[in-house]
Design a protein around this ligand. Sequence first.
Ligand code: ADP
Length: 213
Amino acid sequence: MSEAMLDLKGVAKGYNRGRPSEVIVLRGADLTVARGEVVALVAPSGAGKSTLLHIAGLLDTADAGTVQLAGRGMDGLSDRARTEVRRAEVGFIYQFHHLLPEFSALENVVIPQLANGVSKAVAEARAKGLLDRVGVGARAGHRPAALSGGEQQRVAFCRALANAPKLLLADEPTGNLDPGTSDQVFAVLMDLVRSTGLSALIATHNLELAGRM
Ligand code: ADP
């Protein structure tokens, strides 16, 4: 019985298969993230980090190979079942925050919880707690455009953790920030991950950050 949170075996993925523009990105990729483990995914730009994260997070499907989350095979599931697993068990952080511009920081963390069936009062309390923990509680009522890049990314961390996922997938989560801010925001992310005991797979090409995982 595997204790792995995420287990990829023999994953293959290409784009434009069979056409002159074919790109083979993954060939038999194996990867295991144990429960509570924080793994850095380090490779140069274009190597296939995003592709791998999208397959692991059920945002895309592999051409071959298997994906298991918490010991459960994902390959035979319907799109709807995959969406449910993703919503409840996986948190995603991108290089660009992708917060909803028309909503406040608080609402951005509340909305995914409402979509997951949580009541508004409970969702707001959890969102406030998360925003306080990453040091942006005082900005909860502001829209993303009124926040700095580092603050926006902290809100995006809270949104990713809103439904208490088991697995966090992050695609160069501080890649869009200046080095000083990147360092601070990365430390916040590591605190959050370690204090919640989350399993995480974090793509970066910053070897110094990778060394802290
Ligand atoms: P990374 O995240 O390491 O920068 P990606 O997973 O984004 O790498 O991309 C891996 C390769 O696949 C790149 O060569 C990229 O151009 C190509 N690629 C990614 N998405 C597509 C797509 N939808 N169609 C065609 N090629 C793609």
